[in-house]
Design a protein around this ligand. Structure first.
Ligand code: 13P
Length: 396
C-alpha cells in the first residue's frame, strides 16, 4: 500500500504522519517551505544593504585576555559594560545586521535591567550565538585540532532560539605547516561543521559556517589559496551530504593571505584576486552571503581587503561582507579603557569603523575616510525615536 504522508510540526520537531497507522519522525526540514524561506530571509537580512556582522562572541578566557592587555579587569560586569557600549551605539543598525554573542552575554542584562539581546533586537539587529565548544586536539593528528560541541547541541540550539537568537556560529581551525592540514583534520572538521549546520536549520537558526585557515605561519599566499580551496571544497561536500540548505546559511571564511611570518606579504590587490578566485572555484552561488573573518589583520587592512574584493570586476554571486571581531573592536576597546566617561569615544570609533567596513562591503570605501578630518565629521547620529539610548545610568 502506498503511504500518504502529511507534514505537520510539533514545536520544532517535524513529524511525518503516515496513513498506514504508524508514524515516523523525520528531520526532513528542507521540505518545510515556511522554515526554509524564513532562514533564507534571515540570512539575506543580515548582509543586506552593506551590512555585516559584529563578532562579539569571544569566550570568557579570550575576552579576558583582550581586556587585561588593556589594563582592564575582566569581571562579568566589565564584560557586560563593554558589550553594552558596543550594542547601544546609536544607529549601529545602519552597518551591523547581526551580532554574534556567546553564552554569558546572551544571559546578561544592561545596568538598567534590559536584556542585552533586547538592546540589539530593539535596534533591528539580528542576534546570533556562538555554539561550538572550542578546539580540542584531534586524536592521531599531532598539532591539529577538531572543534567539539555536537553532543547536546540540538537542546542548546532550541534554548538559544527561545531566547531570541536567529543565527549561530561554529568555528573550525586549520593550521598550515609542512604536511598540515592533514586530510583527516579537514574531513573531521568539515563533517562537524555540516552536522552543526543541519541541526541549526532544523531548529530555525541560520548557521554561520566558519572554516578558518589560520594566518599564523610562514606560508605563502599561494599555499593559503591551495589549503583554503581544499577546505572549502570539503566543507561544501559535507554540507551537501548533510542536506544543508545553502540558501539558508552564511559562509565565514578567511581571506587568502600569506602567513604572518611569511617573508613576503602580498599586495591588497593580490589578496583580493586570490580570495575571489578561491571563492569562485569552491563556493556555490546559492549561498547568499560570505562574511569574512578578520583573523588578526589590522583593522584598516581588513577594510581595504574587503573593499578591493568588492571592487573586482568579476562575477560575485554572493554578497561579500564582514563578520569581524578584532578588526571592528580593537579601536573601540582602546578608546574605552574600561571607563564610563569614555563610552561616547568608544562608540564613536566603533561607529566610524563599522561605517568604513560597510562602505567596503559595497566597494565604496576610500582611504581618505580614515583621515582625521573625515573622522571628525563622523558624528554618531543621535538615537532614533524609540531606540533606547546609552544613558549615564547605563554604566555604573
Ligand atoms: P576575528 O575577526 O577577530 O578573526 O574574529 C572573528 C571570529 O568570529 C573568530 O571566530
Amino acid at each position: 500500500m502506498a503511504l500518504r504522508l502529511a507534514h505537520f510540526s510539533i514545536g520544532t520537531l517535524q513529524v511525518v504522519g503516515a496513513t498506514g497507522g504508524h508514524q515516523v519522525f523525520a528531520n526532513e526540514w528542507e521540505e518545510d517551505m515556511t522554515t526554509t524561506s524564513s532562514l533564507d530571509e534571515t540570512a539575506r537580512a543580515i548582509v543586506a544593504d552593506g551590512k555585516g556582522i559584529l563578532a562579539a562572541d569571544e569566550t570568557v578566557p579570550t575576552i579576558t585576555k583582550r581586556l587585561t592587555a588593556r589594563g582592564i579587569e575582566s569581571t562579568a560586569d566589565s564584560r557586560r559594560d563593554y558589550r553594552e557600549m558596543l550594542f547601544s551605539t546609536p544607529n549601529v543598525a545602519s552597518f551591523i545586521g547581526g551580532v554574534i554573542l556567546q553564552d554569558e552575554t546572551i544571559r546578561q542584562k544592561s545596568v538598567t535591567g534590559i536584556p542585552l539581546i533586547d538592546l540589539l533586537v530593539d535596534r533591528g539587529v539580528i542576534p546570533g550565538i556562538k555554539v561550538d565548544e572550542g578546539v580540542h586536539p584531534l586524536a592521531g593528528a599531532p598539532g591539529e585540532f577538531v572543534t567539539e560541541g555536537l553532543d547536546g547541541l540540538r537542546k542548546r540550539l532550541e534554548e538559544y532560539h527561545n531566547m531570541g537568537a536567529r543565527f549561530a556560529k561554529w568555528r573550525a581551525v586549520f593550521i598550515i605547516r609542512d604536511g598540515l592540514p592533514t586530510a583527516r583534520c579537514v574531513h573531521a572538521n568539515a563533517h562537524a561543521l555540516a552536522r552543526y549546520a543541519a541541526l541549526c536549520q532544523e531548529q530555525g537558526l541560520v548557521p554561520i559556517v566558519e572554516p578558518e585557515v589560520l594566518m599564523d605561519g610562514v606560508h605563502s599566499l599561494e599555499r593559503c589559496e591551495e589549503v583554503t580551496g581544499v577546505v572549502l571544497q570539503t566543507v561544501f561536500d559535507q554540507l551537501f551530504d548533510q542536506k544543508v540548505s545553502l540558501e539558508g546559511m552564511l559562509l565565514k571564511p578567511n581571506m587568502v593571505i600569506a602567513g604572518h611570518d611569511s617573508g613576503r606579504q602580498a599586495s591588497v590587490e593580490e589578496v583580493a584576486v586570490a580570495t575571489l578566485r578561491t571563492l569562485t572555484r569552491h563556493v556555490p552561488p546559492a549561498v547568499p552571503g560570505v562574511v569574512f573573518l578578520s583573523g588578526g589583520q589590522n583593522h584598516v587592512l581588513a577594510t581595504e581587503h574587503l573593499n578591493a574584493i568588492n571592487q573586482l570586476d568579476s562575477p560575485k554571486p554572493w554578497t561579500l561582507s564582514y563578520s569581524y571581531g578584532r578588526a571592528l573592536q580593537d579601536e573601540a576597546l582602546a578608546a574605552w579603557q574600561g571607563r564610563r566617561e569614555n563610552v561616547p569615544a568608544g562608540q564613536r570609533v566603533f561607529y566610524h569603523r563599522a561605517l568604513c567596513d560597510s562602505a567596503a562591503a559595497l566597494g565604496r570605501y576610500r582611504g581618505d575616510m580614515e583621515s582625521e578630518e573625515a573622522f571628525a565629521q563622523t558624528a554618531v547620529p543621535p538615537a532614533r525615536a524609540g531606540e533606547p539610548g546609552f544613558t549615564d545610568q547605563t554604566l555604573h
